[in-house]
Design a protein around this ligand. Structure first.
Ligand code: UT7
Length: 317
C-alpha cells in the first residue's frame, strides 16, 4: 500500500482556553501546561458530513483522482448523529462516488485500523484505490458541565487515498477489552419489554489510567513495527503520534531517546480530534513540504477499547 493523497477540513470556529474558562472551573494555564492545548476547533454551523466530504475531495484532488476512481470507502468514526446509514455511505453520496462503503469504530486508533483493512483489501480484492476518511466530533459526547474531558477534545476530519504499493513496511494492532477507563454509552429507545436499568452520561474517562496505558502501549507498538521492518528508532524521520496530550508525546519521545524535531505536533491548535488527529497532522506536514521522498514515518495511536496500533511507512510519493 502507498498513500497518494491527503486532505483535511477543520471547523471554522476556534475556541480558546480562555473562552472555556468563562463557563468552566479551569484556566488557560492549567490546560496549556497539562495538555499542550491552546485552542480547538468546534462544530457550530457546519456538520460532520460536510467536513468529511470536503476532506475527501481535497485528498482526491491531491491524488489526481476523481470520486469515480474510488473502489472502496472506509470511514473511521466514534459517534455521530446518524447511527444508520453509515457515515461512509452518506459521504459517498456527497462526493458522488459509487463503491462499497463501511464505517469502523477503532476509537482514536481508527486510522491505523483503517490502514490495516485497506492493506488487506488491496491484497485480496481486485481493486486499486481506497478512500479512508476519519471524521470525528467528540465535542458532541463530552461532558460540557465538567472540566475533566471537555477541554481536551476538538472536532475535525481528514482523508487519505491509498493504492497498491510497497510503502507500508509494518503494522501492529492490539486490543484489550478494558472499557472502564474511557467509554461513552448512547441512550437507546425504551421498549415495553426491556427491563434493564441503564445509566447514561457523557464521555467517562479516567485520565491518569488512559495516560499510563497510552505511554506503555504506544512505546511497545512503535518498538514492534521498528523490529518488524528491521529498523532502529534512529532510522525514523518523523513520529506522528495521536495528538491526545503533549506530555504523552514527550514521554514516548524520551523513552525512544529521540530528538523533539522528530515528533511534530498540532495539538496546540486542534486538541484531541480522535482518529482524525494523525491524518490531519500528516496532511499539514505534506502540504508544508516537511515530508520528503524516502522519509521513514511512524504513526502510533491509542484509544478507547483499549485499542492501540502503529505502522511504519517509507514515503515514496
Ligand atoms: O484519545 C485518548 C483520550 N484521552 C486521553 O488521552 C487522556 C489521557 N490523560 C491525560 O491527558 C491527563 O490525565 C489529563 C490531561 C486528562 C489530566 O491531567 P493530569 O495531570 O493527569 O491531572 P489529574 O487528572 O491528576 O488532575 C489534577 C488536578 C485535579 O485536582 P486535585 O484533585 O489535584 O485538586 C483535577 O480536578 O487538576 C484538576 N483538573 C483541572 N483543573 C483545571 C482536572 N481537569 C482540570 C481542568 N482545569 N480542565
Amino acid at each position: 500500500m502507498k498513500i497518494i493523497g491527503t486532505g483535511k477540513m477543520l471547523p471554522s470556529l476556534s475556541v480558546t482556553n480562555n473562552m472555556l474558562a468563562t463557563f468552566l472551573d479551569t484556566s488557560d494555564e492549567w490546560i496549556k501546561t497539562r495538555t499542550g492545548i491552546n485552542e480547538r476547533r468546534l462544530l457550530s454551523d457546519e456538520d460532520l458530513v460536510t467536513l468529511a466530504a470536503q476532506a475527501s475531495e481535497e485528498a482526491l484532488k491531491d491524488a489526481g483522482l476523481t470520486a469515480k476512481d474510488i473502489d472502496y470507502i472506509i470511514c473511521s468514526n466514534v459517534a455521530n448523529s446518524f447511527v444508520t446509514p453509515s457515515l461512509s455511505c452518506i459521504v459517498e453520496g456527497k462526493i458522488d462516488a459509487y463503491c462499497p462503503c463501511i464505517d469502523i469504530n477503532g476509537a482514536c486508533t481508527g486510522f491505523i485500523y483503517a490502514l490495516d483493512m485497506a492493506e488487506s483489501f488491496l491484497k485480496t480484492k481486485n481493486i486499486n484505490n481506497i478512500l479512508i476518511v476519519c471524521a470525528e466530533e467528540p465535542s458532541r459526547f463530552t461532558n460540557w458541565k465538567e472540566r475533566n474531558t471537555s477541554v481536551l477534545f476538538g472536532d475535525g476530519a481528514a482523508a487519505v487515498v491509498v493504492t497498491k504499493g510497497d510503502d507500508l513496511l509494518s503494522l501492529e494492532l492490539n486490543s484489550t477489552s478494558n472499557y472502564e477507563p474511557l467509554y461513552y454509552k448512547l441512550e437507546m429507545e425504551k421498549t415495553p419489554y426491556n427491563r434493564l436499568h441503564e445509566d447514561f452520561q457523557p464521555l467517562v474517562m479516567n485520565g491518569k489510567e488512559v495516560y499510563k496505558l497510552a505511554v506503555s502501549a504506544s512505546t511497545a507498538d512503535i518498538q514492534t513495527v521498528l523490529r518488524e521492518a528491521g529498523l532502529s528508532a534512529d532510522d525514523v524521520n518523523y513520529y506522528l503520534l495521536h495528538q491526545a496530550n503533549i506530555r504523552i508525546i514527550e514521554t514516548i519521545r524520551e523513552k525512544l531517546e529521540q530528538p523533539q524535531v522528530k515528533f511534530p505536533h498540532n495539538i496546540e491548535k486542534y486538541g484531541n480530534t480522535s482518529s482524525a488527529s494523525i491524518p490531519i497532522l500528516l496532511d499539514e506536514m505534506r502540504r508544508s513540504g516537511k515530508i520528503k521522498q524516502g522519509d521513514v514515518l511512524v504513526f502510533s495511536a491509542f484509544g478507547a477499547g483499549f485499542t492501540t496500533g502503529a505502522c511504519l511507512f517509507k514515503w515514496n510519493n
